[in-house]
Design a protein around this ligand. Structure first.
Ligand SMILES: C[S@@+](CC[C@H](N)C(=O)[O-])C[C@H]1O[C@@H](n2cnc3c(N)ncnc32)[C@H](O)[C@@H]1O
Length: 195
């Protein structure tokens, strides 16, 4: 689901970048996100700051997808060498071939997508066996408290961290790392041979 104007502004300010660079990206690295992560797909890439961070790892290729054309326009303006950005709904990644990616990265996106389980299935499909997903999401209890204060208009995706973990396993992932902090779950998981 597209962001409300309030959340769009919050996601595209310098503080968000500080958090992503200084906290979230290092957590993904501590969970196993390595240099040269192969062919990378970022789901819900927003205005492309995740692409800046991921490009520093020297992937073979990087593709970022987002539902909002205005986010993709901002991402393209960054002029990142070799990075490609597309307007795509992550619930249907049929334009991306099966088993074509080594690494999928999601910085806080699934809680915007009521059929988020479909996205996990798509991530399993596009990853090569042995490929990795790195994702972070807030538990829905946090989103409910957040909505009561900020009224950002989250869609009520009903994503709890136990449900997210179960969905990863159901889609053929083995969870290889997890960190829970401040009602956020950060995960690394590896696609097993039979998704
Ligand atoms: C909370 S923002 C996070 C953006 C960026 N990952 C970051 O960490 O700053 C969620 C992003 O997911 C995108 N999004 C929401 N629903 C989507 C969908 N169905 N498919 C692809 N992107 C989606 C939104 O447009 C938005 O850019």
């Amino acid at each position: 689901m597209k962001l409300s104007l309030a959340e769009f502004r919050a996601m595209n300010n310098p503080f968000r970048q500080v958090l992503q660079r200084g906290y979230e990206f290092p957590i993904f690295k501590s969970l196993g996100l390595i240099d040269q992560p192969g062919d990378v797909l970022e789901i819900g890439c927003g205005s492309g700051y995740g692409a800046v961070l991921l490009s520093s790892l020297r992937p073979r290729s990087y593709v970022g997808v987002d539902l909002m054309p205005e986010q993709i326009a901002l991402a393209q303006k960054r002029g990142l060498d070799g990075a490609q950005f597309f307007v795509l709904d992550a619930t249907n990644l049929s334009q991306i071939p099966s088993e074509s990616k080594d690494t999928v990265v999601i910085f806080g996106v699934l809680h915007h997508i009521p059929p988020w389980r479909t996205v996990i299935g798509e991530c399993a499909r596009v990853l090569r066996p042995g490929g990795h997903i790195f994702l972070e999401e807030p538990d829905n209890s946090l989103i409910d408290r957040w909505e009561n204060v900020f009224h950002w208009g989250h869609p009520g995706a009903d994503l709890s961290l136990p449900a997210l973990e179960a969905c990863l396993v159901e889609n053929g992932f083995k969870i290889t790392g997890r960190k829970h902090a401040f009602s956020f779950g950060h995960y690394s998981a590896q696609r097993q041979n039979h998704a």
